[in-house]
Design a protein around this ligand. Structure first.
Ligand SMILES: [Zn+2]
Ligand SMILES: [Zn+2]
Length: 390
């Protein structure tokens, strides 16, 4: 098969699909129209379609002629609560909701990949499961997997890609091992004793305690962890306490996130709580701490990474591969990657001339549509390579 030529013959449909998703964005777990559109498309090309994973999730199974292995290719489906300001003729028709992360492009690329590969069913050794996942922005993958998206048939490996505006169009980013951070959210309440600001020795001040905690926990990232090998970020993003300049409040509430690119997260959280406990002991306050898992660590399998790298060298040339993409942003593809050998990679879509270098989630965010056919090519090439070689 001549992949490039086949993709070119579907270029118009690919771009139309992306623009249709772009004008009709839907928030996480509410991707009803999107889900309908995807399942109709997959049925139309003759795949075995299943719906209802985490509500709106869809899978389409392509059974090859021979072979036992099943590869899962994943696209997310959700948009964001952002008011679009791109001025594009196909801007969001759903006010206050926008595809500001590129997931519209992800769906279009994966659907066209399914269409092209379905026309070559008889040459494919193994199965490909096309998975469309709801609510990536708030970790919908776990629910989709609990609903059986990786079963029947059992999935052996998974791959996914993200369009990425910080990388120029025509480049790709990937590395083996930790790629995207685990992000855990904490909710901390410090309780003291309220009183008069002019008689503070009769009160127990939760505000000065909170400030000591905010400072003290930063010790961890450099004095207890190797900042190069065990990158960790502790951010306080919300703090609330008090009502007036003359009253010591009863309590202070703090929220934030702990992010890490290594597998010693348990130790970080244990020490985080120990430091809080010690500071509270010192100031005579009490605390309550709740930590919730947002995203788990996304780590790429070395063999699957090599496979993507080989195709990237062939398609784009070695000079267009960025080999350190580690970042403190979370990505729930991690849930697939925990179960099977996986690779996740970034496809450049930044082009200053076309105004596509805004950061993800920005109201002016847009993708360079020239990256869409490349994404289809990557999906097809990496899937066929996996099924041929593993
Ligand atoms: Zn996003
Ligand atoms: Zn995204």
């Amino acid at each position: 098969m001549n992949i490039k030529e086949e993709i070119q013959s579907y270029l118009h449909e690919l771009i139309e699909l992306r623009r249709d998703f772009h004008s009709h964005p839907e928030l996480g777990f509410r991707e009803f129209r999107t889900s309908e559109r995807i399942s109709r498309f997959l049925e139309g090309i003759g795949l075995e379609v299943k719906t209802g994973f985490a509500g709106t999730g869809v899978t389409g199974l392509l059974r090859g002629k021979t072979g036992e292995r099943t590869l899962l290719l994943r696209s997310d489906m959700d948009a964001l609560p952002v008011t679009e300001d791109t001025g594009l003729p196909f801007s969001s028709e759903n006010h206050g909701v926008m595809h500001a992360c590129g997931h519209d492009g992800h769906m279009a690329m994966l659907l066209m990949t399914a269409k092209i590969l379905s026309e070559h069913k008889d040459e494919i050794k193994g199965n490909i499961k096309f998975a469309f996942q709801p609510n990536e922005e708030d970790a919908g993958a776990e629910k989709m997997i609990l609903d059986g998206a990786m079963q029947d048939p059992e999935v052996d490996a998974a791959m996914g890609l993200h369009l990425w505006s910080p990388l120029p169009t025509g480049s790709v980013g990937i590395n083996a091992g930790p790629l995207m951070a685990a992000s855990h959210y904490f909710y901390l309440t410090i309780r003291g004793k309220g009183g008069h600001a002019g008689i503070p020795h009769k009160a127990v001040d939760p505000i000065s305690t909170a400030s000591k905690i905010i400072e003290s926990v930063q010790h961890l990232q450099t004095r207890e962890l190797d900042c190069l090998e065990e990158p960790t970020v502790i951010m306080f993003c919300n703090i609330h306490g008090g009502t007036s300049p003359i009253i010591v409040p009863e309590q202070v509430e703090l929220q934030g996130s702990i992010r890490f690119l290594h597998d010693r997260g348990d130790m970080v959280e244990k020490r985080f709580e120990e430091i809080i406990s010690h500071v509270c002991h010192m100031t005579g306050t009490e605390y309550e701490l709740k930590i919730v898992i947002g995203n788990r660590l996304l780590s790429n399998d070395p063999e699957m990474t090599d496979l993507v790298m080989d195709e990237a060298r062939r398609i784009l040339g070695p000079e267009n591969i960025c080999t350190n993409m580690r970042m403190m942003v979370g990505e729930d593809f991690a849930e697939f990657a925990r179960k099977v050998k996986s690779a996740f990679y970034f496809l450049g879509t930044g082009n200053a001339r076309k105004g596509t270098t805004y950061s993800h989630h920005h109201p002016k965010f847009n993708i360079d549509e020239d990256s869409l056919p490349l994404g289809v090519e990557f999906h097809i090439a990496t899937a066929l390579s996996y099924l041929r070689n593993f």
